[in-house]
Design a protein around this ligand. Sequence first.
Ligand code: SF4
Ligand code: SF4
Length: 308
Amino acid sequence: MSSGLLNSEAVKAQAHRLGFSACGLARPHDVPTEWAVRYEQWISEGRHGQMSYLQNHCDLRFHPSLLVPGVQTIVSVALSYHPGGEPTQPGLAWYAQGEDYHTVMRRLLHQLMEAIGGEGRCFVDTAPVLEKYWAWQAGLGFIGRHTQLVIPRQGSAFFLGELFCTQQADAYDTPLNETSPCGSCRRCIDACPTGAISEDGMDARRCLSYLTIESRQEEMPAWATPHLRECFYGCDRCLRACPHLHAPSGAPRQEFRASPELLGMTPRDWQHLTPEQYDTLFRESAVRRARYEGLKRNIRLNGGKTNT
Ligand code: SF4
Ligand code: SF4
């Protein structure tokens, strides 16, 4: 049984107090047909690669009231992982330098839900939620040519999370223009070494982030490996090319900083990484998604160019 109205300004104030860079409130609705058709076409063309979870539960994905019956408000939040001036391990994407974002985001979402007296459910990247769509609907930013959410003058180095609340809010945010504010910019397309981004969107099968993290093939396509350069887990090149990218004011979150042990890894260390070292370095890390065997494959293909 839900009670009371959510106060929009109070929700945003609590989100900022907890360290979120952006927060907005969207009124739940069925996802428009053109979005659903575009998504299903993307799936039917196989551009999601082996990420089969993206093709499941589309009814819940397109109808939030099926996912959370009685949902009245979707609170969308963005949490920065921009490292600012802090050192990073260049073999890993920025988002994977520190603690697993699922753990951090889930903890913060629960704190936010409690602080605002919300009732409902918290989601972080593990449920059929069109999170970029809802972030756009909640006024956080726009979806750029690289298909990530872009927060104007801040960029895309953000984790997204959602509260699906069964209370109404006193005010809802409005989306930025649907037509992409990217304008004539094509920097992310030009920066992508494998042609994964086009005017038609993203082909995950050509994306180094997908190939180094999600793909379970024992080998990588031969055309991809010369583009790995120093990276062996993820790829930030489109994200870093975006003119909107700026470090947020204030220090990066402690949880997302690289440990001294990770920063101290040399190319030789990576080449000889043992399962025990892997467990120690990545105990609480999103890097576990690639598993030890996957990471070793990437390091082998990367040819020891880490830390160059
Ligand atoms: S992450 Fe890298 S490979 Fe993937 S789309 Fe961006 S630039 Fe291209
Ligand atoms: S790099 Fe340019 S085209 Fe790509 S998302 Fe950013 S603004 Fe849009």
